[in-house]
Write a protein that binds this ligand. Structure first.
Ligand code: ADP
Length: 372
């Protein structure tokens, strides 16, 4: 028997808030998504109240999890600072379901970010827009890093269209450990977590910026990642507020930008560079995806998109150029069949390209990984 939204609301009506009214009457709930035993919503309060509400979030989560038919409950506490208010951290208000304030003033965010215990380096894979192959590249890059002997995790934080379940063929749901942390699914030797394990890929999810942040924070910190050298985060596409907040709040050791050669996505890639620069996250480099067309029959290469733009752009901006990945049907077919090319054709030319990119990234992270 599947749980209904009304049952969730009834359970939440029994959770009291610091405002002296029930949670359902406090005017702080987002829309409640109930989908096949999975329940998702956020509680939105002012940052100054965050400490008092952390308990409410925990109670609400326990109440929902206790309902028969609930397999997963993910409740995010999002705290927005009122314009002009002092940052939460300076008021001594602790994090919102994390160890950091949800918003940090631009320019000084990195200093206050707590590392994630057990993870040496978190890196972001970003793109200015969707559909450029960001997720495919993130997964194959993670596999390339794995092949270099590192312990690697992949977090699909593309909350608007999580594609990692499709790209990896993972159908199962994460279980909870004794500390009620989600246990990542291990596939291809990677520890993998995706918001898509909790909601369906085609379920349109409308998230406001702070909700994105809070959900991602939970996936970073309320997941039993174990010991990892690198956690690759597949970011939501774009360079808007949600991405900026994310880049500010996740303790990133670097970012990789995926672009196609077309001018438009290069412009988007430039925005991505500017965004990471703003929050002092080093850009490890640009990857040009769908760089040229490679005929699956004769192997002939055609530069149908005016190839090479990303390399020039990287040179111009003084960031490393990590490599070119051809547009090839084998990459698309293997990705979409849940069997990424680095796994399905490990000795093929595409796997070699992803591994070369991974080697470059690993080299840049050498110090961080060794220090951990
Ligand atoms: P994004 O994460 O940027 O939205 P995806 O990784 O989901 O993009 O890729 C979008 C589509 O393009 C998928 O069908 C994927 O298989 C395909 N794709 C990605 N990179 C390549 C490539 N180099 N060659 C061929 N198809 C690709």
């Amino acid at each position: 028997m599947s749980v209904t939204q009304q049952q969730v609301l009834d359970a939440l009506a029994k959770v009291m808030t610091p405002r002296g009214v029930a949670l359902t009457s406090a005017n702080v709930l987002s829309a409640i998504a109930v989908n096949d035993g999975k329940v998702f919503f956020s509680i939105n309060v002012d940052a100054a109240e965050a400490r008092a509400w952390e308990n409410v979030r925990a109670h609400a989560e326990n109440a929902v999890r206790a309902l028969p038919g609930v397999t997963t409950a993910m409740i995010a506490l999002t705290a927005e600072r009122k314009p002009g208010a002092a940052p939460a951290a300076r008021q001594g208000v602790p994090p919102v379901s994390s160890h950091r304030p949800p918003h940090s003033p631009a320019g000084s965010p990195m200093a206050r970010q707590a590392e994630i215990p057990g993870i040496a380096a978190v890196i972001a894979v970003a793109s200015g827009k969707g559909g450029v192959g960001k997720s495919t590249t993130a997964l194959n890059l993670a596999l390339g890093l794995r092949d270099s002997g590192l312990r690697v995790g992949l977090l699909d934080a593309d909350i608007y269209g999580p594609s990692v379940p499709r790209l990896t063929g993972i159908r199962e749901k994460p279980e909870l450990n004794d500390e009620r942390k989600m246990i990542p699914i291990v596939r291809f030797g990677l520890a993998i977590m995706s918001i898509g394990f909790l909601v369906e890929e085609d379920t349109a999810m409308i998230w406001r910026g702070p909700m994105v942040m809070s959900a991602i924070t939970q996936m970073l910190r309320d997941v039993a990642w174990g010991t990892l050298d690198v956690l690759v985060v597949d970011m939501p596409p774009g360079t808007g507020d949600a991405q900026l907040t994310l880049a500010q709040n996740v303790p990133l050791k670097g970012a990789i930008i995926i672009s196609t050669p077309q001018d438009l996505s290069l412009i988007d890639a430039r925005r991505g560079l500017a965004m990471f620069k703003k929050v002092n996250v080093p850009v490890l480099g640009i990857v040009e995806n769908m760089s040229y067309f490679q005929c699956p029959h004769c192997g002939t290469r055609s530069d149908i998109f005016g190839h090479g733009g990303a390399r020039h752009e990287a040179e111009r901006l003084g960031v490393p150029f990590l490599g070119e990945i051809p547009l090839h049907v084998a990459i698309r077919e293997t990705s979409d069949a849940g069997n990424p090319v680095v796994v399905s054709e490990p000795d093929g030319p595409h796997a070699a390209i992803y591994r070369a990119i991974a080697t470059n990234v690993r080299e840049q992270l050498k110090g961080v990984i060794a220090a951990a």
